[in-house]
Design a protein around this ligand. Sequence first.
Ligand SMILES: *[C@@H]1O[C@H](CO)[C@@H](O)[C@H](O)[C@H]1NC(C)=O
Ligand SMILES: *[C@@H]1O[C@H](CO)[C@@H](O)[C@H](O)[C@H]1NC(C)=O
Ligand SMILES: *[C@@H]1O[C@H](CO)[C@@H](O)[C@H](O)[C@H]1NC(C)=O
Ligand SMILES: *[C@@H]1O[C@H](CO)[C@@H](O)[C@H](O)[C@H]1NC(C)=O
Length: 542
Amino acid sequence: VAPEASMAKPLLKIQRYFRRKPVRFFSLILLYLTAGSLVFLHAGFVGDNGPGARGGRDSLIASEMGSWASSDTRGLGLMSRVFKEKRRSGRRFGPPWMKKTRQEAKYIGCYIDDTQKRALRGVSFFDYKKMTVFRCQDNCAERGYMFAGLEFGAECYCGHKIQAPNASDSECNMECKGEKSNVCGGPNRLSIYRLELSQESARRYGSAIFKGCFHRPDNVTLALPFSAVIQNMSVDKCVDMCTEREKSLAVLAGDRCYCGFPTPLFSLHELEDEGMCLNRCQGEEFESCGNDKYFVVYQTQVQDNRCMDRHFLPTRAKQLVALASFPGAGNTWARHLIELATGFYTGSYYFDGSLYNKGFKGERDHWRSGRTMCIKTHESGRKEIEAFDSSILMIRNPYKALMAEFNRKYGGHIGFASQAHWRGKEWPEFVKNYAPWWASHTLDWLHYGRNVHVVHFEDLKRDLFTKLKGMVEFLGLKVSEDRLLCVEGQKDGNFKRSGLRKLEYDPYTPEMRSNINELIRTVDAALKKRNMSGVPEEYMPR
Ligand SMILES: *[C@@H]1O[C@H](CO)[C@@H](O)[C@H](O)[C@H]1NC(C)=O
Ligand SMILES: *[C@@H]1O[C@H](CO)[C@@H](O)[C@H](O)[C@H]1NC(C)=O
Ligand SMILES: *[C@@H]1O[C@H](CO)[C@@H](O)[C@H](O)[C@H]1NC(C)=O
Ligand SMILES: *[C@@H]1O[C@H](CO)[C@@H](O)[C@H](O)[C@H]1NC(C)=O
């Protein structure tokens, strides 16, 4: 199975390319053999080709994370029980004003930008292939920002105020990557637009995410330096105040509103019972505003910039570290987290143009360039494994990984396989080929890999802070807790999809299950034999 499997990866790329017109596997093999090593630079995401589309690297991450997004939603459902929030949930999943077409935006000038001190400090996203003025404006407006700025033809920044002087219009001279007819800033220059928001969106901009109820920090003035007493306090008022102050946390304590960022002094790691925070807001009958001792915390749409800078390694890496995983096991998500946590780009054994275009700049380097922190690979051949000095091996529940990869294979990065694919012969064929590969991939890395650090996707999801910290330490870097907390605040990115299409039936037959369960037991035993903890509980058959 192994040689067939390691060949399947390049085939995946080709097959993904042909996803609109699925081609038989056999003809793909012929194509691959005749074409040699082809590189496909495809234009981006399927669902990302029009105004209002929620594009960006993060939707891709969401898709790779599979059920991740949906479990997040469940957490919100829990909160609505206590925090009777009709309007809040509307805000969370997309503000009502976005349903209508947005009003015109007004160009206001060319501004200086500085990578250390950004002119616009809200959310940002890049697209080196398809950035357009409208798409940037649309994404910023959707989050309730006042300004949208485009830079270097491909980068979009949002903000509530402009914190830099203007420059001459002639310095904004780069055309947009996605439309030749329009200007998208220049090198360190932003073309800034003021967004004409409707009355309502101007009043309550942004959509805040409920984080929970937390105990007052020991030294609150140190932990949350900005605060004010608000008349007729409500969640909106506190969120608005903190958004204006460019802080990522809005913290309600009775009639006082605190703003700040998560830090080791207020890490949001110890969630309290929501009942402790039940205390009606002065200005809003159905909202909870917390009290002196127990704080209600929302995350605003302000981007925490403490983990946003990324660079190539300043000196050539002495060690080649692999980030090895089976396809569909959350590799892209792990790269996103590692890049944010370390500040360094990750590389890849392959070249995926769509990933490069979404800001994974290490994607274009040769994997041996020595400029990247670690190198993504799905390979499982002995020679390929032994080429690395050490590796982080990501393992995911095969039931989830197989479905994620099947969706990606037949639906593109953010798309989904159709009912016809699931019900047809593609799915059983896929499981038959890929399930054994899931096991042999892990077994081969455990066997041939030197210095293997195993990370289970599910553990990373459950305890991001500790697991990511372990990965950063394994990579030989000093851990910055502030930085890790910043990553935690944007673990799934800024631009999430509105919902995950779910399969309403179980696609695994009893026969598939019995095969997969056997593979899980084999991997579990191999891990334990190496004195590692076995696979997480939930993999094992109930
Ligand atoms: C900045 O804007 C002002 C007002 O529009 C303009 O007069 C000035 O020339 C601009 N500065 C530069 C450096 O172009
Ligand atoms: C909180 O920290 C500040 C600054 O370090 C200090 O001045 C203040 O006394 C501390 N307050 C308490 C209650 O410990
Ligand atoms: C607070 O609410 C009261 C009663 O609804 C109202 O009279 C008052 O003007 C409000 N104050 C502020 C500052 O909104
Ligand atoms: C296995 O782990 C146990 C406890 O963690 C440790 O005491 C033991 O030395 C380890 N054995 C090997 C071979 O690493």
